[in-house]
Design a protein around this ligand. Structure first.
Ligand code: ADE
Length: 250
């Protein structure tokens, strides 16, 4: 049973490719896929690139060409929920597209044809990722936490994540996005640019999906500074530890 491990950027994939046993490189749909074994499991590693279309294309290829049986997304996100700090980890319970708006034909955020805004992640798969993320923070959290001595230890959160084709980079936008969604009953913890698309593809194909995102920035006015620093120095080791831990638990 093959598990797909997806990330948007090479830095978010950490050193998973070099850890593969029996690696096989496959070029398909303008993307590089790596088949092999990790922690005794059959896996396919893939980079989606940034944004919902790129992620959906990659996920569709994984489902159809590579016949994967489950998908896990690992990467970074901007924290928007109360207390979701840089260095924390968010495990998605469900996803929505914050830039989906076919109103007034359909309610805002509802995905036409699906009857709802949210796409749920697989509970069992997400529970394993949650456990792996918790173990990682318990053992290595201090290493990767902000150097600010006053900062509390990093935490794992679980809840709603919102995807959209925007890098959210002002406090005003982040607050508006969160406030509008909250008023409609959607309490968003974090924003990123791919997960909801993968969730939708997995739903179409009946595949279990889970996603784990380390918080790289607060989607505020300093997001454009925090994001590249975090991606360069922290995202890879987080992905390595959480994915290896997850595969050991599988
Ligand atoms: N991924 C990480 N940080 C993000 C942000 N601020 N907006 C969108 N995607 C992100």
């Amino acid at each position: 049973m093959t598990t797909a491990i997806l990330s948007a950027l090479p830095e978010e994939q950490g050193s998973l490719v070099s850890a593969l046993e029996h690696p096989e490189r496959i070029e398909h749909a303008a993307r590089t896929f790596w088949r092999g074994r990790l922690e005794g499991r059959d896996v396919v590693l893939a980079l989606s690139g940034i944004g919902k279309v790129a992620a959906a294309t990659t996920a569709a290829a994984l489902a159809e060409r590579f016949a994967v049986r489950r998908m896990v997304f690992t990467g970074v996100a901007g924290g928007v929920g109360d207390g979701v700090q840089v260095g924390d980890v968010v495990v998605a319970r469900s996803y929505l597209q914050h830039d989906m708006d076919a109103s007034p034909i359909f309610p805002r955020w509802q995905v036409p044809g699906y009857g709802e805004a949210r796409m749920d992640c697989d509970a069992a798969l997400s529970a394993l990722i949650f456990e792996a993320a918790g173990c990682f923070l318990a053992t290595a959290g201090g290493t990767f936490a902000l150097k600010d001595a006053a900062a509390r230890p990093p935490r794992v959160h679980q809840g709603l994540v919102a995807s959209g084709d925007r890098f959210v980079s002002t406090a005003a936008e982040s607050q508006r996005l969160r406030g509008d969604l909250l008023a409609a009953g959607h309490d968003v913890l974090a924003v990123e640019m791919e997960g909801a698309a993968v969730a939708q593809v997995c739903r179409d194909h009946g595949l279990p999906f889970a996603a784990v995102r380390t918080i790289s920035d607060r989607a505020d006015d300093s997001a454009h500074v925090d994001f590249p620093h975090f991606v360069r120095h922290v995202a890879g080791p987080c992905a390595d530890a959480i994915v290896h831990g997850f595969l050991r638990l599988l």
